[in-house]
Ligand binder design. Structure first.
Ligand code: FES
Length: 601
């Protein structure tokens, strides 16, 4: 694991991996340092005074006198912190814009997409500089690679607008030149491409505010509900990969059209997109063979992808728009989790926190801002409402909340509709409530009918047999029930997850009571009742106020990387920090799993 160093700013001390620049360290922690080049080492505005040992970079002598260098002045974006240092940041010349994203994260806006309006002098017979030379001279604080499209559009854009144009720069590429001043118009789209649902947020990159948000089911659904069935589809039919890729593109394209229409934004003013997805979704969307992800030893095609364009993902926005894809830790801790860790500040919060993304494959991260351990637990489809007798996905008609007292059952249904089935949160509620009143024992067995008639006369007639299986009826007409086998499915799912975080705690040499916060990520996490999650032993037994629904953190992470290039560096640094703990090769996994099947007494 990377060693950490301490950087003291005037009012705060931060700890970062050794080698991180002062500029990055400040940016990740919401401390603004002047810059117009976004930390590329070309604007020379990021001047700071360092107390401690920081090497003089080749650009420093051009920015500072010998006396200033001796006094510790350095360009922050080129000053790598390799030991503990103190940093003085001069007052800002301009006030940076910031946005609150993720779990209360303040992100200083520094998008990769920059627009610069420049007014150039017209050529004359005595000044025959080319159009491009003229433009690049006006942008001499940037070191740019030029796309052909920009050169194609340049002569006309200049001559139609009295040589006043706007350069569109993404990272260090000049991707286009637009006539006149369009510098205030720049958008990006952050996608969370989930196995079940995809969400798109259109972001105004000048202000950091969302302009529109839309979600829809991933159009790959007909190929199977989870990643394994979709990988299997590609193994059975050579044409399936192409079809799955096309379905992913359809999904992203439809969302793009919707968010742009909602906000009245021309898609050609979307200059960058970001995509957070698990390893399988990302590979399928890019047409990369997923088979090695689905069979041991579970290998990804690459952890970090080469430069990808939005058009490679079927998204029609500006033709030069790149697509930022999150790096992944492994086949089962993918870019979506890296995005989620970033958005929830798993790498910087000093409290011992447990991050749980509950799904078919449940990702678990335990960290205290110093050490980070991650694992993936195969929870199966119970939380998605699959493999449950009356189960359904969390959509209109799904029972999402169940309350059971000694003589009554009350239900809350999504969309205020008539109940059609039971979704994951309703399943957890039903089981937890039955355990709480004692109709289900800690081994997961429903109470015998004669005993129930005596102890719970108001509920006893709900205990019946359906197809030879004992059930508890939640609703008549249509009959929706919880079966004995459903309870078992939930026990398997929660035992896999509980075994995962317990083993991580052991590796961490910490105990359940040391955990100061549990973050429940993903849409399921937002619906789950923290008290009931504790009651069934899905999450550690800590005060419910410390169990926080973190929402769609993968999508938030994607937004952060569009708003700030420094956050991308943060995502990369995170990967170096996290240690993956493989559960499947642990000899004690099975025993531990069996111990966790019971509900806490
Ligand atoms: S941020 Fe521009 S030179 Fe450092």
């Amino acid at each position: 694991m990377t060693d950490r160093v301490r950087i003291s700013f005037a009012d705060r001390e931060v700890r970062v991996p050794a080698g991180v620049t002062v500029f990055d360290a400040a940016s990740w922690n919401g401390i603004a340092i002047d810059s117009t080049c976004g930390g590329h080492g070309t604007c020379r505005k990021c001047k700071v005074r360092v107390d401690g040992d920081v090497t003089v970079s080749t650009s420093d002598p051009r920015a500072f006198s010998t006396d200033e260098l001796a006094a510790g002045w350095r360009l922050a974006c080129l000053a790598a912190a390799t030991s503990d240092i103190a940093v003085e940041v001069p007052p800002l010349a301009t006030r940076p814009k910031a946005a609150t994203v993720g779990v209360g994260r303040q992100v200083i806006l520094r998008p990769a997409v920059q627009k610069r309006c420049v007014e150039l002098t017209e050529p004359t017979l005595s000044d025959q500089q080319s159009d491009l030379e003229r433009l690049l001279a006006a942008l001499d604080d940037l070191e740019l690679t030029v796309d052909l499209r920009a050169v194609r559009n340049l002569p006309k854009a200049l001559r139609d607008n009295d040589f006043r144009v706007t350069a569109v720069v993404v990272d260090d590429r000049l991707v286009d030149v637009e006539p006149g001043d369009t510098s205030e118009t720049r958008f990006g789209i952050a996608f969370d491409l989930g196995t079940t649902t995809a969400v798109a947020t259109l972001l105004d990159l000048s202000t950091g505010t969302p302009a529109a948000v839309r979600s829809m089911l991933n159009a790959q659904q007909p190929f199977g509900a989870d990643v394994i069935t979709r990988i299997s589809a590609t193994m059975l039919d050579p044409k399936a990969l192409g079809r799955l890729t096309a379905r992913a593109h359809e999904t992203l394209a439809a969302l793009t059209a919707e968010v742009c229409a909602d906000a009245g934004v021309d898609p050609r003013t979307v200059y960058e997109i970001a995509l957070a997805g698990n390893a399988t979704m990302t590979q399928l969307a890019l047409g990369i063979e997923p088979e090695p992800l689905g069979v041991a030893p579970f290998v990804m095609a690459t952890r970090s992808l080469p430069r990808v364009l939005a058009s490679d993902l079927g998204v029609s926005v500006h033709p030069g728009a790149p697509a930022y894809t999150f790096p992944a830790l492994g086949a089962y801790v993918g870019g979506d989790i890296v995005a989620g860790m970033l958005a929830s500040g798993m790498d910087r919060d000093k409290r011992l926190r447990l991050f749980v993304d509950v799904g078919t494959n449940c990702e678990i991260v335990l960290g205290d801002g110093h050490r980070l351990l991650a694992t993936a637990a195969p929870a199966g489809p119970a939380f998605e409402g699959a493999a449950i007798r009356c189960g359904m996905r969390a959509s209109d008609g799904a029972i999402e909340v169940v309350k059971i007292t000694a003589d009554d059952v009350t239900l809350q249904v999504i969309g205020d509709a008539d109940p059609l089935g039971l979704c994951g949160s309703g399943l957890v509620d039903a089981v937890a409530e039955l355990v709480a009143i004692g109709l289900l024992d800690s081994s997961g067995r429903l109470m015998a009918a004669d005993l129930a008639a005596e102890k719970f006369p108001g509920l006893a007639d709900r205990l019946r047999e359906v197809n030879g299986e004992r059930v508890f009826v939640l609703h008549e007409e249509p009959m929706i029930y919880l079966s004995q086998r459903d309870v078992r499915e939930l026990q398997f799912a929660k035992a896999a997850i509980a075994t995962g975080w317990r083993l991580l705690l052991e590796e961490f040499d910490a105990s359940e009571s040391d955990i100061q916060q549990v973050l429940l990520a993903g849409s399921f996490g937002s619906y789950l009742s923290p008290a009931n999650a504790v009651r069934i032993g899905l999450v550690p037994d800590i005060a419910v106020l410390r169990i926080v629904s973190a929402g769609n953190v993968a999508g938030e992470g994607a937004k952060m990387t569009l708003l700030s290039v420094r956050e991308r560096a943060g995502a990369r640094a995170l990967l170096e920090e996290v240690r993956y703990v493989e559960l499947s090769d642990r000899t004690d996994f099975n025993d531990r799993f069996i111990e966790q099947l019971a509900f806490p007494g």
